[in-house]
Design a protein. Structure first.
Length: 176
């Protein structure tokens, strides 16, 4: 029998429950953790074959969870989901052991497909696209956010902007 154990590390209870139900319908044995501490409790019972980790878990970073999952079992296929996608955090997630990185909103089909692409795709198209100033700003903000453990005040200080200005920028959807 194929191991279909799955840990979902997500602090949004509604989204976590919806994901869990959807994966259970597909034959996975899903368990939910809403924090790094809750993940530690799950890891004490065993390691999963698959994991979905939200990048931002309240004030904690999901990157730490990726690191813990990978350390517990390097064969675990880990997909990072985030509403704060940036090149910097994508690179760090992959370095720490994630097999894929998806921006929200992503559904069960997207996540399951990402598990299947763990080896990479050499035929992925390389498209010339100039990076906009807004995208560069968004990526820099998210890079500093990750460095500071998602501390808004410290991120604003490092970027030289007022905390409320940063909060307003983070409330906006990224425009590519």
């Amino acid at each position: 029998m194929i191991d279909r154990s799955l840990f979902i590390v997500e602090d949004d209870a509604t989204f976590a429950n919806a994901l869990s139900r959807s994966f259970i319908r597909r034959g996975y044995q899903a368990q939910v953790a809403n924090s790094p501490e809750a993940l530690n409790a799950l890891l004490a019972t065993g390691t999963p074959r698959f994991a979905i980790v939200d990048l931002k878990l309240g004030t904690a970073s999901g990157l730490e969870c990726v690191k813990r999952l990978h350390a517990a079992d390097p064969t675990t296929l880990i997909v990072v989901l985030t509403g704060y996608a940036s090149i910097a955090t994508a690179v760090e997630a992959i370095k720490l052991g994630a097999c894929h990185y998806l921006a929200k909103p992503s559904n069960t089909d997207d996540i399951e497909a990402a598990f299947g692409k763990a080896g990479g795709d050499v035929s992925a198209p390389i498209t010339p696209r100039a990076t906009s100033l807004k995208t560069l700003e968004w990526e820099r903000i998210n890079e500093i956010l990750a460095e500071t453990g998602f501390n808004i005040s410290e991120t604003a200080r490092r970027l030289g902007m007022h905390r409320r200005t940063l909060a307003r920028k983070l409330e906006k959807k990224q425009v590519s």
